[in-house]
Design a protein around this ligand. Structure first.
Ligand SMILES: [Zn+2]
Length: 313
């Protein structure tokens, strides 16, 4: 059984403090997020996480992508779709993921255990478009979603080829809301999935009892759902396991909506029920969702508790 995170971790960007950083800053070359990535990576490795993220420290899950996409514009923190969506102006997360990989090698002094690697994370086209406002060009969200999938496909392919992650995760929190055209969302994921060398995962937040049937049709190898802060999803999975056979499940076993520590007993009980339903070999343990809002120490403790449970099985 392996462990991972959904993605985000607490982040603070650092002002340049030493001479080298001040020098870089003077030439506009200082990256205030580099230290946050380092801390996020080491926090995950210290806690025993196998498949790590870069911490998604550069900002919210919408603008972190939309700011690179021609046709989208950010104003006062909101994203607007103002013209035809095209190929991103540059790679978006590749450099951070390569940096995270370098940090993993550094952490293990070059002898990286087989299971330790990064994963790529891209916010899904349906979620980005539904979080944006269309002001011109597109008559409906669905056409914008398909064009955005084609645009984000460049990022997905760059992660696949240059980073060689364990897998790539699409974050589509909106798919459980009932607001999204699931047929179009699926077509968008099909575009992202085409010719990938690594498995594709899809993280969906919230309760899936209204959406599981549609979700199960998506062409992904891994579904990632929350089971800790949610008392419906486990029954949905148990009762409909036939729909999810041959899939792996990212099994949210830590409540990321609270900053209180989870109880070891209840988290372990949840994991053991998950194992009974889908089998140890099909589970990736992770927290329900991102841990951005947790204090650093709590984020670490939560990940540590999850890995203590992993090590028992
Ligand atoms: Zn989530």
């Amino acid at each position: 059984m392996l462990s991972t995170v959904v993605g985000s971790l607490p982040a603070e960007n650092h002002k340049p403090s030493n001479f080298k950083d001040k020098f870089l800053n003077a030439f506009g070359k200082y990256d205030p997020f580099r230290d946050a990535i380092r801390q996020a990576v080491f926090c995950q490795l210290d806690a025993g996480v196998d498949i790590i993220s870069d911490g998604q420290t550069r900002g919210d899950m919408i603008s972190a992508f939309s700011k690179y996409v021609p046709g989208m514009k950010i104003e006062k923190g909101n994203t607007y779709i103002v013209s035809k969506i095209k190929k991103p102006v540059s790679e978006i997360s590749v450099n951070d993921l390569l940096f995270a990989k370098k940090l993993i090698r550094e952490y293990y002094s070059g002898n990286v255990p087989e299971n330790k690697n990064v994963k790529g994370i891209v916010t899904g086209p349906s979620t980005i478009v539904h979080s944006s406002r269309i002001t011109s060009f597109y008559k409906n969200k669905d056409d914008a979603i398909i064009d955005l999938a084609r645009s984000l496909k460049y990022e997905i392919d760059a992660i696949d080829k240059k980073v060689k992650p364990t897998y790539i995760q699409i974050d589509e929190p909106f798919l459980s809301t009932g607001m999204v055209n699931m047929k179009v969302a699926r077509e968008a994921v099909d575009i992202l999935h085409e010719d990938l060398n690594v498995p594709l995962a899809m993280h969906v937040c919230g309760t899936i009892d209204g959406a599981y049937r549609e979700l199960s049709k998506f062409n992904v190898e891994i579904f990632d759902f929350e089971f800790a802060g949610n008392n419906v999803n486990l029954d949905v999975l148990r009762d409909n396991i036939n729909l999810f056979k041959n899939k792996k499940i990212g099994f949210g076993c830590i409540d990321s909506s609270k900053n209180d520590m989870d109880s070891y007993e209840s988290a372990e009980n949840l994991v053991s029920q998950g194992i009974d339903i889908i089998g140890k070999e099909n589970i990736l343990l992770d927290p329900d969702c991102g841990l951005r809002r947790a204090p650093k120490k709590i984020a670490y403790e939560k990940l540590k508790l999850m890995n203590d449970i992993k090590n028992k099985y």
